[in-house]
Design a protein around this ligand. Structure first.
Ligand code: COA
Length: 392
């Protein structure tokens, strides 16, 4: 058998850093990630007061409109969200046969994609740019309202239970917890969960947001963009990490085994402790600081400090040995765990919150669009002659 001789690769473009590290890929007015000082801002506001004093509804309004709502604006925005929270029954019918063989994130991705079939306005956004923003804002509202019902309902389908309809008298955070458990949460649990939603809402050009923008930049519709983003969020290096943090804590099992566990992971080639490290933050992720505080508070209230104590031991050991810090996924796991949520729903919860940021970015991309299309640095064979099948 003969192979055609190859010539060296053609002279190539200069390559971007692997993983596009350090590359600024575009402009945004939504969030600013200060990786050197460990700060995060939404539209100029530091995330700490937004999470601890504001509400998730306020945060979504801010990301979509660039300003905090006044009382009347917030009331009308909240009412709009509540009005749209019902998921068409056909979507549950699409999902039912898939439940056994799919993860909750798989089901969510399919459901969001399928929902475009039940949105009468989406076709209008695919061709015309004039007036698109107004229609897309209505679609964004619908999708943000329904994503919470979907995630809660998908969780229940996986448990062999029926989805529960949203109530019209609860906040976004309380409604979600109600639709998961069937019980209205306490005020404190609602407050903590609401803050966790706010903390996960937006984060510059993170991988899933960038995916959403790349899809939106082809002038694809919102459902296409959010479906791309959900597929991207699911990976273990991104949103899929929070569930794996909880699985790791369960595996460690006891507080006094935490350090040996870390040593073992780090002794393995390419060993990764889930919930640590970040592409942009070189100091502690500011979201982890708030979530750690919340996890401690929850622990003090419930008296069950196991997950928290274990997390602190792991954190200190990883810092000592690798000099890296916890990211948003590390303490969100103990917060959700202390709220007695199932680890399998952790990443879908991330999607509920991040949908608000994805939508903000899709609206922003469409408002001043240009196709996102980088070049590839080709490093394969140089030009060679085609070899007929019989001669290979
Ligand atoms: N556990 C152990 N070591 C880690 C680590 C982790 N979680 N995260 C990074 N490192 C180490 C790497 O081994 C590497 O060390 P080395 O230079 O000695 O080889 C160094 O830190 C840089 O890692 P790198 O993979 O190049 O960073 P990145 O910017 O490409 O990746 C993440 C960023 C988030 C993907 C990465 O930190 C990670 O895999 N974290 C775990 C998953 C996670 O928590 N994801 C959620 C992110 S919000």
């Amino acid at each position: 058998m003969t192979q055609a001789p190859t010539t060296p690769p053609a002279a190539s473009d200069s390559s971007a850093p692997k993983g596009l590290e350090g590359i600024t890929a575009g402009d945004t007015t939504k969030s600013r990630v200060d990786g050197v000082n460990g700060k995060l801002f939404y539209c100029g506001y530091p995330i700490e007061p937004l999470a601890e004093e504001g509400s998730f509804e306020e945060c979504v309004y801010l990301l979509w409109n660039g300003e905090l709502p006044n009382a009347a604006q917030l009331e009308s925005f909240t009412a709009d969200l509540r009005r749209e929270s019902t998921v068409p029954s056909e979507i549950w019918d699409v999902l039912r046969p898939l439940v056994k063989g799919s993860t909750q994130m798989d089901l969510l991705r399919t459901a969001v994609s399928a929902m475009s079939a039940f949105d009468d306005e989406v076709a209008d956004t695919r061709e015309a740019i004039d007036g698109r923003d107004e229609i897309e804002r209505r679609i964004a509202n619908r999708l943000q309202a329904r994503i919470s019902t979907l995630v809660a309902g998908i969780y229940r389908l996986k448990q062999g239970q029926k989805p529960i309809a949203a109530r019209d008298d609860l906040t976004y955070a309380a409604n979600f917890l109600y639709m998961v458990t069937g019980e209205e949460p306490g005020e404190y649990e609602e407050r903590i969960f609401d803050a966790a939603l706010t903390l996960h809402a937006d984060h510059g050009f993170n991988a899933s947001t960038f995916s959403a923008r790349v899809t939106a930049a082809t002038e694809a519709d919102i459902y296409g963009a959010i479906t791309s983003a959900i597929g991207t969020l699911a990976g273990r290096l991104h949103g899929g990490a929070n569930m794996r943090v909880m699985r790791m804590l369960e595996k460690v099992g006891e507080v006094d085994k935490a350090e040996a566990f870390v040593d073992d992971v780090l002794s393995q080639p390419k060993g990764r402790v889930m919930g640590f490290g970040h592409r942009v933050y070189k100091v502690e992720d500011p979201r982890a600081t708030v979530l750690r505080r919340m996890a401690k508070e929850l622990t003090d209230r419930t008296g069950n400090s196991k997950w928290f104590d274990m997390s602190v031991k792991i954190e200190n050991r990883v810092k000592d040995k690798k000099g890296i810090f916890p990211n948003v996924d590390f303490y969100s796991a103990s917060v959700y765990g202390s709220l007695e949520l199932d680890p399998e729903i952790f990443t879908p919860i991330f999607a509920v919150s991040r949908t608000s940021g994805w939508l903000a970015h899709v609206l922003e991309q469409h408002a001043d669009n240009r196709l996102i299309r980088p070049r590839a640095n080709y490093v394969g064979h140089g030009e060679r002659d085609y070899v007929a099948k019989a001669d290979r």
